[in-house]
Write a protein that binds this ligand. Sequence first.
Ligand code: NAD
Length: 290
Amino acid sequence: MNIAFIGLGNMGGPMASNLSRAGHNVTGFDTAMVTVEGVSNAASATDAAQGADVVITMLPNGTILRAVANEIIASMSPGAVFLDCSTVDVDSARAVATQAEAAGLLPLDAPVSGGIGGATAGTLTFMVGGSDAAMAKAAPLFDIMGQKAVHCGPSGNGQAAKICNNMILGVTMIATCEAFALADKLGLDRQAMFDVVSTSSGYSWSMNAYCPAPGIGPKSPADNGYTPGFAADLMLKDLRLSQQAAEAADADTPLGQAATDLYRRFVEEEDGKGRDFSAMLPRFEGRGRG
Ligand code: NAD
């Protein structure tokens, strides 16, 4: 296939490279003029999108996605797939899909889970919103870039799944970190805490697969000085999207709101910026209730 890839950053770069290595003809564009092995550079997003069977976007946010969509949709071939893999707000995903459909395109919102490691290894999970026809056309590409693609329903539902998942992740990571800090104060050994919780009803991905305590459980960013991994800044972005969606949908999400407030403080007022989101544990260590 002829694929245009717009946004060749930490995630987009390795995803585009995997598509090229699998034999697709990939043309890329990034405003930062990034070069990626196997991907030829276009002079603009419009140039990249022209004549492509599938245009993939992997961009920082919904405002940028809307701007890129405005720029490229008119130059895309009817029947082409507009596959957005960025994490953006549900409203932007639905607005771009409506605009793309009106131009005879097949839109999909397909945010990912798996981080830079998953993008590089081709083991991402895609949460996909859009039509069956669009899903069928993009399926071979999901197979290359990832290990699983779940069709979540119509346009916007991929983003809805992503922000609900990450709201759970933010809340469970905070709960896991504050429980470790409480266990410390109660004189409970961290290994014993892990051995109990990871096999009891308090278990979660945050404890079992991504333990925030260094030297405990499988290897995680805690064992690497809390270098991301999944940066606290990105968790804050996703939590904010969840609260924006909750507000628009009139959903009561008190723990999601509390997690958003805590990550905002951690990133903007404390030392969380640039650290992994599991660095919440050293944040809680030694603190009292006040
Ligand atoms: P990044 O900042 O490394 O990459 C974004 C790229 O988009 C940059 O290279 C930037 O130059 C480019 N860009 C910005 N505006 C552009 C424009 N108008 N036209 C073309 N290119 C433009 O970010 P990333 O880590 O690759 O994340 C991309 C998306 O994936 C985000 O929505 C993020 O939330 C999501 N995501 C990231 C991770 C992760 O672990 N990094 C995990 C899951 C999802």
